[in-house]
Ligand binder design. Structure first.
Ligand code: RIB
Ligand code: CA
Length: 308
C-alpha cells in the first residue's frame, strides 16, 4: 500500500537528495506533487531545481508548484552561501521539459487537501513552512485531508545553525512555523538534534561517488560543495543530511527515536527569533525526533536512490 505524499521544499542540496530518495521508492510513495517555497534560494530557483530532479529521475509526470516567494512577515533569508547560487552546489541537473505549473502552491495545497479523503495525505516539509501556514490561514479545514506532517526543522540540544538559537527552516519564517506546529496536525519534527547525527563522511562520499547511479553522482556533487564551504564547521564529519531524514523516517521509522513534547516557537524579532523550546513530555504533542541509526539510514537512502 503506497502512501500519498506531497513534498514542500526549498531545493537546496539536501532537499534534492530527499526528493531523489523518495523518487527511488515508488512502491512506498505516491508522490502527488512537489511544492516549493523561498528558503535556501529564491522560489524560482527552487522550482527549476525540483524540475531538474524530476528530469534526472525520469518522473516529469509529477507536477511542480511554485509557492510563496517570501516569508509571512519577516524579510527573506536565503542560504546561497551554503547551497550555491544555483542551490545545487557543484551539480548540474538535466534540463526539464515540463514547465512549472501555473497554479500557485498554496492554491494547490488548499484544493488538494480539501478534496482528499480524510487523513489520506502526508505532507513532508523540508523548508520554511510558509506555503502550508498560508494555506492553513486561508482554510484551516484543509487539515482534514492531512494524515501527518513530517518536517525537518528546529533544534533543542543543538542550539541552532543560522543563529546560536535557531535552525534555518524555523528562523526563515518563525510565524509560519508557529502556525503549523500549533495547528494540531499529527506532526513528526526532525531537528538538528537528530539530523546532525548523519554526516557525509569520506567513506560515505566515496560510496556515492563510486556508485554507477546518476542520482548518487549528483548527490555527491551537491554535498561536496557543502563540505568544501562548510568544511571548517563540519570538519572531517562532513555535511549533515538534514532533509533526507524525513524520507528515511517514512521509509523506516524504527531507525529513529523520539518523544512526544510541546514545542514553542519564538517569533519575536530578537536574538531568540526562530528558537524551538521543548516542553515536558505529553500525550498528543509533537513527535520530536531525538536520535537515529546513521549507518542504517545512510544505507537506506543510498539504496533507494540507486533504484532510479
Ligand atoms: O537547517 C537545515 C535546513 O535548512 C534544511 O532544510 C536545509 O535545506 C535548509 O533549508
Ligand atoms: Ca531544505
Amino acid at each position: 500500500m503506497t502512501r500519498s505524499i506531497i513534498i514542500d521544499c526549498d531545493p537546496g542540496v539536501d532537499d534534492c537528495i530527499a526528493l531523489l530518495a523518495a523518487l527511488g521508492a515508488p512502491d512506498r510513495f505516491d508522490l502527488k506533487a512537489i511544492t516549493v517555497v523561498a528558503g535556501n534560494v529564491p522560489v524560482e530557483t527552487c522550482a527549476r531545481n525540483a524540475r531538474g530532479v524530476l528530469a534526472l529521475a525520469g518522473r516529469e509526470d509529477i507536477p511542480v508548484y511554485a509557492g510563496c516567494d517570501r516569508p509571512m512577515r519577516v524579510d527573506p533569508e536565503f542560504a546561497e552561501h551554503i547551497h550555491g547560487a544555483s542551490g545545487l552546489g557543484d551539480a548540474r541537473l538535466p534540463e526539464a521539459s515540463v514547465p512549472v505549473s501555473t497554479t500557485h502552491a498554496v492554491d494547490y495545497l488548499c484544493d488538494t487537501l480539501s478534496a482528499a479523503e480524510p487523513g489520506s495525505i502526508t505532507l513532508v516539509i523540508t523548508g520554511p513552512m510558509t506555503n502550508f501556514a498560508t494555506a492553513l490561514k486561508r482554510d484551516a479545514s484543509i487539515m482534514r485531508g492531512v494524515r501527518e506532517l513530517v518536517i525537518m526543522g528546529g533544534a533543542a540540544i543543538e542550539g541552532g545553525n543560522i543563529t546560536a538559537h535557531a535552525e534555518f527552516n524555523i528562523y526563515a519564517d518563525p510565524d509560519a512555523a508557529k502556525i503549523v506546529l500549533e495547528s494540531g496536525c499529527a506532526t513528526t519534527l526532525i531537528g538538528l538534534d537528530a539530523t546532525l547525527q548523519i554526516r557525509c563522511t569520506p567513506p560515505r562520499m566515496q560510496r556515492l561517488e563510486a556508485s554507477g547511479h546518476p542520482a548518487c553522482h549528483a548527490s555527491a556533487a551537491m554535498i561536496s560543495h557543502v563540505n568544501r564551504i562548510y568544511g571548517e564547521v563540519y570538519g572531517a564529519d562532513g555535511a549533515a543530511l538534514h532533509d533526507p531524514c524525513t524520507i528515511g523516517y517514512l521509509l523506516d521509522p524504527g531507525l529513529f527515536s523520539s518523544k512526544s513534547v510541546s514545542v514553542t516557537v519564538t517569533t519575536s524579532d530578537d536574538e531568540k527569533r526562530g528558537n524551538t523550546a521543548l516542553g515536558a513530555e505529553c500525550a498528543n504533542g509533537v513527535n520530536w525526533v531525538t536520535g537515529l541509526d546513521d549507518d542504517a539510514l545512510f544505507d537506506l537512502l543510498v539504496t533507494s536512490m540507486e533504484r532510479l
